[in-house]
Every structure is written in structure tokens, then in C-alpha cells.
Design a protein around this ligand. Structure first.
Ligand SMILES: [Zn+2]
Ligand SMILES: [Zn+2]
Length: 617
């Protein structure tokens, strides 16, 4: 159904951890076992200090692990961490064995009821009938858990508690609020140290912090609402530059642009399949009667994704095989109802503008087109200097056709084979992940690593062979029969919000010239009238060439002016003194790189214009 964040955030909307199958558990790698075992050790330590703590669950995560507690008598703060960690170190030193024990459901229930562990009793009910109910015990601590763990607590050698947050039981706002302790664990101290350093660097590059310092975006929860970013003038520059890049790239690849409204009738999302399944992730509908005489009110929803609108554009005119592939592109705005606790800067928002396009095509056209889409990704990676990326190709599981996956065995096989072939023959870095496809077709999640080595999922690329059918989309083929097209959803630049959040970290706010909100600042040494005129004429010339240039001809000392410009992360400073004026040159200084020497004015201007046009890194 959808690309980009659609799936990601729809999945995240169900914040409760999905129960892992036994197969998935067995595949848990060593690091995950260490982390999960460490969660048990955390719970052991917490119970030693606060015996009245009620336990929920403690799964491993990509970054470490957490454990959820209900503890009304005490509110965890980071001040508690040293004490808890000390107790955890004791548990490690005791080198307790993780012992597995199979219990009957009744025994398990009796055990947890006896301990007053009500959340465990509820979790017990999640275990399907027929699946073994296992307890794991280390020392005095017993947990309901399917494993796996490391052999002994002593195998967990490097860990650290990170933060405390609140979380609802099962991720549902209607349930009691629990306290979540986050921590991380690694195989050894060196790996832990490296990771902590990376986190430090990431903190410095935190997009929320840099965004505020540079004046890129703001949130106004009181008047606008949480999760609805306001793009300030400098942030708007980033948005528009990315959009220009997409427009030019897509134009060259024969896309056509469309524009669609921000809302649609309920019927649209029922047809697309978003309703009722994803109703929780959509804003509540607006309801009104179109005419006074109407008996029933019409419901309108803010659009959670652009696809259905584009499908209606496909349907708006008769289509022939000659029109295909039809590539409809729009930087469309979508709205998702994320719970307020899930919102995070630009990374998780309620309104987002997506680098969306839907490509309608025949099965014969698929391989070439899919290849072209991948080429576009690679082109973007190059522009942004992303040398580390991975495409996660998610395929279906034939045993789950008709349940988890739309029941089209031949189409699944055909499209997956095509995607695999294209990925293999193009030498793209990819892994295949079985059983993770979307309901409507195989998908590719694109992961990239920022300059400091942090991983982001920025985009999803999806093949869809069910929705065009649901919308009754057809084209007239050569033989005059009506056929249903395939559809590729793609959004290489993801959403502006997430992609810019990523770029801020990637560049630490030091954007390349073409992207920099303020590209050039002309600084005068002193405020001599002739010098200021010279400086003004350079700013005017640059602006005439569409360069975002500003001037600083105040009486401030040049040192202070340079400092100001450095702080504002202005890409290029042109420093002018009396001698530069007489020689018709300008002294170039680059942000965080220092002086680059004096060059003739015309050469400097031409070079700036060319660097921007070529989007040099
Ligand atoms: Zn466990
Ligand atoms: Zn789509």
C-alpha cells in the first residue's frame, strides 16, 4: 500500500511489542541475547531495591533493551541509575545460571497471581494455547519468558542504563502508565564505549537542537498543535531545495507532476483498505451534510497517504497501454495521528510532506522501471555523500497467502523474482527478508547511515498489485482488452520532515553550498563607503544569479563578523578589505575550513554559481 513512512509509522502506531514466533526467537543473535538477558538482570536489581515493583516485559531493541515497571511508590530518575547498575553488577558477579522451566498455564497463573504480578498474568493470556509456557530463573528472579538468553549472568560484561520514560501498558493510552527503564549492553567494554561516543556525537548533531540554533523549524503545541512543524524561512530553503532536486530529477526521468487535496471521503480509504484497519493512525473524520436535505452526513478524512488520490487521477481519464508507464509525482502532504508520546522532533510528526510518486505500468515494463527507480536512489545517495546504504527486500511467505498476504501466488512469485533479478544484476547492496512484505506486495526499505554511522530508514519502495484492482484501475491493452496495471510506490527522499532531520545530523548543520540556507555572506573590514558599495554590488550580483547572499557591513570588528557568520553556519564568507577593492579581488573563507585565499571577483562568483548548479558536495 504505501511507501515511505506509511508502513513504518502505521506499525509504530501499534507500539506494543509484537510477540515473536519461536523461530524468530531462535534466530536472536548473540548481541540480542546479551541485551535481553541484561533486561532480566535489570529487573532482578530493581526488585532487590524496590520489592513492590510490578513487572511487565523487557525485550531487546536495536539500541539495547528496556524493562517496564509499575512502581507507584517511587519515580525513577537518572539519579537511581548508579545504584541500580551497581546491583546489576552484583548480579553479574554472582554468575547466575539462566534456568528454563516449563510450566502449565495454571501453575504459571497461580505463581504470578500469588506475587500480585497482574501484568504478567495478562501477558500470560497472550501465549497461544498449545505453545509451551516457559519460566526463566536467574538467582532469586523468575520471569515469564520464551528466551533465549546467555548461559549465565556473568556473560553480560558491558552495560549501561540510559534513560527513563513512561510507557502505557501494551502501548495503549487507556491502560495504566508504566515506567520504562532503558539500557544498553554490548559484548565488551570497548564496543560499549564506541557506541556511547557515537551517542555523544549524535547528541551534538541532534536535529532538534541544530534546528533551533539555525532557525530551521519550530513547533507550537499551544496554537498549532503537537507534531505539526512550522518551517521557518531558513528551513523552508531546505524544503524547497530538496523539492527542486526532486522535480528536476523526476522531470528528466519522465515523471509528470500532479496536485491533490488534503482530504477525501471515507469511501476513498475504505476502498484503499486503510479503513477500518488503520483508523487509529488517521485523524478523526470531519462529518457534515452536503445538503440540508441529506439524511446522512458525509465523512471526510485528512489523507494519511497520497496513493488513493493518485489512483483516482489514473482513473480520471481513459488509459491506454501507450500511456504506460504513467509516473505521477507529488510532494504531497499527509496527516497521521501519532500518539503524543510517540512524537519526536521532525522524525515523528503528524503532518508530513512526502516525495511521493506512483508509477502505473505493465508487468513487461516492470524490470526496466524498477531499475530506473533504483538508479534514482543511487543518484540521490551520491549527491548527499551517502556511501553506506542497504536495501532490505521484504518478501512474502507462501504459507500465509490469503491471511498476511494478498492471495495472488503467481503475482507474488513473478514480482519478487523480477525485483530480486534487478537488485542482483545492478549490484545494489541488499538483503532479503522473508515474511516481511506488505499485504499488497513486496517492498524495499532503504536504510542509510549518516556521516557518524547512525542508521536511518528513510524511504520505502513498494510493488503493489492489489490496490489498482481494488480501485478498478484499467488500461486498454494492444489487443483492446482491459487490463489492470501494476503500481510502484516510491519515495526516495522520504518525507521532508524525516529526510531533513536526517540531513541535519548527517551534515551537523553544515550543509553543502547548494543546500545551505545562507550560502554566502559578504563581510567588510570596516565600513568605508567605497568598500560598502563594492560589497553591496557583489551581493546584488550574486542575488541576481539566485544565490542566497547577505552582507554584513556593520562597524563591528571583522573578527566578530566572521564569528557571527561561522555561528550561523554560512557556507562561504567573502571578506573584503581596502586592498581587495583596489585589486578587484575577494578573499574567500569557508565555514569551519578557514581562509582560502584571494581570487578575482568574477572567478569567485562563477565558481559559486557553478558549485550550486552542480550541487557539489
Ligand atoms: Zn527472557
Ligand atoms: Zn503510495
Amino acid at each position: 500500500m504505501q511507501n515511505a513512512e506509511a508502513n513504518a509509522s502505521f506499525e509504530a502506531a501499534k507500539t506494543d511489542v509484537q510477540r515473536k514466533s519461536l523461530d524468530q526467537r531462535e534466530q536472536m543473535n548473540e548481541l540480542m541475547r546479551i541485551r535481553h538477558s541484561c533486561a532480566h538482570m535489570l529487573a532482578t536489581a530493581v526488585l532487590r531495591i524496590w520489592p513492590d515493583a510490578l513487572l511487565d516485559i523487557g525485550p531487546p531493541t536495536d539500541e539495547g533493551f528496556y524493562y517496564d515497571f509499575d512502581l507507584p511508590s517511587h519515580r525513577f530518575t537518572p539519579d537511581d541509575f548508579p545504584r541500580i547498575e551497581e546491583e546489576m553488577r552484583k548480579v553479574a558477579k554472582e554468575n547466575q545460571v539462566f534456568e528454563k522451566r516449563i510450566q502449565t498455564r495454571e501453575e504459571a497463573r497461580a505463581y504470578f497471581e500469588g506475587k500480585g504480578q497482574k501484568f504478567k498474568v495478562e501477558r500470560l493470556a497472550d501465549i497461544p494455547e498449545g505453545e509451551a509456557i516457559s519460566f526463566y530463573q536467574n538467582g532469586e528472579f523468575v520471569d515469564l519468558c520464551a528466551g533465549p538468553h546467555v548461559m549465565r549472568t556473568g556473560n553480560v560484561k558491558a552495560f549501561k542504563l540510559l534513560k527513563v520514560a513512561s510507557a502505557y501498558f501494551r502501548g495503549n493510552e487507556k491502560n495504566p502508565q508504566l515506567q520504562r527503564l532503558y539500557g544498553t549492553a554490548f559484548k565488551n567494554k570497548e564496543e560499549l564505549e564506541t557506541w556511547l561516543k557515537l551517542q555523544e556525537e549524535a547528541k551534538k548533531r541532534d536535529h532538534r537542537r541544530i534546528g533551533a540554533e539555525m532557525g530551521l523549524f519550530a513547533f507550537d503545541s499551544e496554537y498549532v498543535g503537537p507534531g505539526l512543524p512550522l518551517w521557518l524561512p531558513k528551513g523552508t530553503v531546505l524544503v524547497e531545495e530538496l523539492e527542486r532536486l526532486a522535480k528536476e530529477t523526476e522531470f528528466a526521468a519522465n515523471y509528470v507532476r500532479v496536485r491533490t487535496p488534503h482530504l477525501a471521503k471515507e469511501k476513498m480509504y475504505k476502498t484503499s483498505g486503510h479503513l477500518p484497519y488503520y483508523a487509529e493512525s488517521m485523524f478523526a473524520p470531519m462529518e457534515f451534510k452536503e445538503a440540508e436535505a441529506d439524511e446522512v452526513a458525509t465523512r471526510y478524512y485528512l489523507k494519511a497517504m497520497n496513493c488513493p488520490h493518485h489512483h483516482r487521477i489514473f482513473a480520471a481519464e481513459p488509459r491506454s497501454y501507450r500511456d504506460l508507464p504513467l509516473r505521477l509525482a507529488e510532494y504531497g502532504t499527509c496527516y497521521r495521528y501519532e500518539q503524543s508520546g510517540e512524537l519526536f522532533g521532525l522524525m515523528r510528526v503528524r503532518s508530513m510532506q512526502m516525495n511521493d510518486a506512483h508509477i502505473y505500468l505493465t508487468a513487461e515494463q516492470f524490470a526496466a522501471e524498477f531499475n530506473a527507480v533504483n538508479e534514482m536512489y543511487l543518484k540521490y545517495f551520491k549527491i548527499f555523500g551517502l556511501d553506506r546504504y542497504l536495501m532490505r527486500f521484504s518478501t512474502h511467505d507462501p504459507s500465509k497467502l490469503g491471511q498476511k498476504f494478498v492471495n495472488e501466488p503467481e503475482l507474488w512469485k513473478k514480482t519478487e523474482d523480477m525485483v530480486r533479478d534487478v537488485l542482483k544484476s545492478s549490484g545494489i547492496n541488499f538483503v532479503e527478508v522473508p515474511n516481511e512484505a506488505a499485504f499488497y506486495g513486496p517492498k524495499i526499505d532503504v536504510q542509510v547511515w549518516s556521516a557518524i554511522g547512525r542508521e536511518f530508514t528513510i524511504a520505502t519502495n513498494q510493488v503493489d498489485f492489489a490496490v489498482p484492482q481494488r480501485f478498478g484501475l484499467v488500461y486498454k491493452d494492444r489487443d483492446n482488452t482491459e487490463k489492470t496495471p501494476l503500481c510502484i510506490h516510491r519515495a526516495p527522499l522520504g518525507t521532508h520532515e524525516r529526510f531533513i532531520g536526517f540531513l541535519i545530523e548527517h551534515y551537523a548543520g553544515n550543509f553543502p553550498l547548494w543546500l545551505a540556507p545562507e550560502q554566502v555572506r559578504v563581510l567588510t573590514i570596516g565600513d568605508d563607503e567605497r568598500l560598502v558599495d563594492y560589497a553591496r554590488s557583489i551581493v546584488t550580483e550574486l542575488r541576481g544569479q539566485q544565490v542566497r547572499a547577505e552582507g554584513d557591513w556593520s562597524t563591528n570588528p571583522i573578527k566578530a563578523k566572521i564569528q557571527d557568520a561561522e555561528q550561523a553556519k554560512v557556507h562561504t564568507m567573502l571578506v573584503l578589505g581596502g586592498r581587495d577593492l583596489d585589486a578587484g579581488v575577494v578573499s574567500v573563507r569557508l565555514h569551519s575550513k578557514g581562509p582560502q585565499g584571494a581570487k578575482p571577483r568574477a572567478e569567485v562568483v562563477a565558481d559559486i554559481v557553478a558549485a550550486i548548479r552542480e550541487r557539489r558536495a
